[in-house]
Write a protein that binds this ligand. Sequence first.
Ligand SMILES: NC(=O)c1ccc[n+]([C@@H]2O[C@H](COP(=O)([O-])OP(=O)(O)OC[C@H]3O[C@@H](n4cnc5c(N)ncnc54)[C@H](OP(=O)(O)O)[C@@H]3O)[C@@H](O)[C@H]2O)c1
Length: 259
Amino acid sequence: MRHRLTEILPRRAVLLLSGGALIAATLPAGVPRAQPLIGNTANPAPPAGGVPIGIIGSGNIGGTFGTLWAKAGHPVLFSSRHPETLKALVESAGPLARAGTPAEAAAFGQALLVAVPYAALPGIGRELGPALSGKVVLDACNAVAARDGDIAATAKEKGIGLLSAELLPGAHVVRAFNTMGYRVFQAQAHRAGDKLAVPIAGDDPAALQVASVLVRDAGFEPVVTGGLATASQFAQDAPGYGQQVTARELRGRLGLPEQ
Ligand SMILES: NC(=O)c1ccc[n+]([C@@H]2O[C@H](COP(=O)([O-])OP(=O)(O)OC[C@H]3O[C@@H](n4cnc5c(N)ncnc54)[C@H](OP(=O)(O)O)[C@@H]3O)[C@@H](O)[C@H]2O)c1
């Protein structure tokens, strides 16, 4: 079930799309926010309802979350450099899913999920940067030396969240969905009882709000660790990585205040 973005957005007016309707919602005064968020007046509501989501990298992780969101009622554009290969994925994700190129996904999505090898991020920033600017970009990419080369060391030194934001300038980057294998996500989505926690981190409060809704709509419970610098707390080898626990337990393990 989609969650209403208005439940979590107090003051400063933005128009947000939820449940197929434009809803006036607001943000706290003084919260910095560039560019349109979801369905604002300069960016009219999409016809199908939900938040249009572009998936860049429709492999294990992109395929998993795009399918969960399409089944939760969001229009999803899966992308590939070879979109003709996505037929089976699109069919299994249902009527709200379609396929296109990465550029089409970047233009379509008011929120995007980027799930590619980390070494591909600089090129995505160069090629799609202007289209991603001002949008919520959920970044699930892990930097693995064996696959991604030297950029893995840079990510560790600089902090992976801060590096992602540098590589995707202008985008409202939120680190998310990087801590568990896709099979775990598939098996645990919408589980009964307390949901599985997904740690997220981002510098833009409004983007974090949107990301939290999308985490819930995928069937998990978001745990905001803080700004992008705190994404290092749940990078590979960090204490928040691979924790298949509830939100309450994850907050305890990371020393975050209870809610
Ligand atoms: N697998 C997991 O369980 C898991 C869990 C957490 C995080 N992650 C992280 O999530 C990311 C994706 O992992 P995955 O397992 O989903 O990978 P995957 O199944 O190999 O899918 C990655 C997709 O990225 C696309 N891609 C590769 N290079 C690209 C480029 N230069 N430009 C645009 N698209 C490119 C490919 O799409 P096309 O070739 O079709 O264009 C491919 O389908 C990685 O950073 C990984 O570390 C994975």
